[in-house]
Write a protein that binds this ligand. Structure first.
Ligand code: ADP
Ligand code: ADP
Length: 228
């Protein structure tokens, strides 16, 4: 049901009369709850693939299905609701709002929505799960990089998405902190059953996923099981 499927997905960018084929006939099926690494050189299409899977952008050709539902056929406002319900994002730069506390940052995604539960209760629970119970009222500037990424993870999970999409989540962290964040995401994947798709340049981290998708020049050149 919460699988994701790419069927003959193409993405072209055109600017200044130049067209770039960022993705070329990508076919892919991701199973519910899978923990997937996406690797490949710079410019190989990893971020583009992630943004299409995350419904932040649409393919030029081809289809992306979530379960039975075709994202390409949804209207813009339907996509926003769909994304809210299904997908959480974390990034290399944590993208926290600098004037809000950790707790407030985690609640941000809920403010634009009518949600039938206690926002603060949920945010507190998540911050505790990511190990930041004693940093609720800290501003991002008062937190280390690893702590800021924990806040971002809690924010991404606040609406219990079926998928967590991560673009270089450890890229801005020293390797020790990156390891801790990787383990946290891995643990949350197991506990909550939400699938994870993460882009990484680190082959050692990628090797520890359930599945490793390698890209080159806009194509998937290998799709193999990891050690997990
Ligand atoms: P990666 O994440 O693997 O570094 P990207 O998906 O960012 O690769 O980029 C794939 C290709 O598409 C590159 O050639 C890049 O320059 C191009 N590209 C990505 N986004 C855009 C965009 N918004 N406009 C034009 N070209 C883009
Ligand atoms: P990453 O660090 O994930 O590889 P990039 O630095 O490649 O990210 O890209 C950052 C952003 O810039 C992305 O949103 C991407 O779509 C956009 N982008 C990448 N290449 C181009 C390009 N040639 N022209 C315009 N936008 C681009």
């Amino acid at each position: 049901e919460h699988s994701i499927q790419c069927m003959e997905v193409e993405k072209q960018f055109t600017g200044d009369g130049i067209t770039t084929n960022a993705l070329h006939q990508v076919n892919l099926k991701l199973k519910k709850g899978e923990f997937v690494a996406v690797v490949g050189p710079s410019g190989s299409g990893k971020s583009t693939l992630l943004s299409l899977l995350g419904t932040l952008d649409r393919p030029t050709n081809g289809e992306i299905l979530y379960g039975e539902q075709s994202v390409s056929k949804m209207k813009v406002n339907e996509i926003a609701d769909f994304r809210f319900e299904n997908i959480g994002f974390i990034f290399q730069q944590f993208h926290l709002l600098p004037t809000l506390t950790a707790l407030e940052n985690v609640m941000v995604p809920l403010f634009s929505r009518r949600v039938p539960y206690n926002k603060k209760e949920r945010a507190l629970q998540l911050l505790e799960q990511v190990g930041l119970k004693d940093k609720l009222n800290s501003l991002p500037s008062q937190l280390s990089g690893g702590q800021q990424q924990r806040v971002a993870i809690a924010r991404a999970l606040i609406h219990e998405p079926h998928w967590l999409l991560a673009d270089e989540p450890t890229g801005n962290l020293d390797s020790e902190t990156g390891e801790v964040i990787f383990q946290l995401v891995s643990q949350l994947n197991k506990e909550k059953g939400c699938g994870v798709i993460f882009v990484t340049h680190d082959p050692l981290l990628a090797g520890r996923a359930d599945r490793i998708i390698e890209m080159k020049d806009g194509e998937i050149i290998s799709d193999a099981a990891g050690e997990r």
